[in-house]
Design a protein around this ligand. Structure first.
Ligand SMILES: [Zn+2]
Length: 66
């Protein structure tokens, strides 16, 4: 199935087993996908932690690779 990459806007073939794929396989776009996913995850974690800035900061310190 042909899809349009969310990052670069180019058409790409999504994997038949991954119909939700919205980014092409270019490393740059995969990085972008990961970055956006983590941003989303941070939001969720922030909500989970009750939006306490100190705890969010602590979480970031504990996960420097994210
Ligand atoms: Zn792309």
């Amino acid at each position: 199935m042909t899809k349009q990459c969310k990052a670069c806007g180019k058409a790409f073939q999504s994997h038949p087993k991954v119909p939700t794929q919205t980014y092409c396989s270019s490393p740059k776009c995969q990085r972008e996908r990961r970055r956006r996913w983590l941003e989303e995850k941070r939001q969720v974690d922030a909500d989970y932690q009750g939006n306490e800035p100190q705890k969010i900061e602590q979480w970031r310190n504990d996960h420097p690779d994210r």
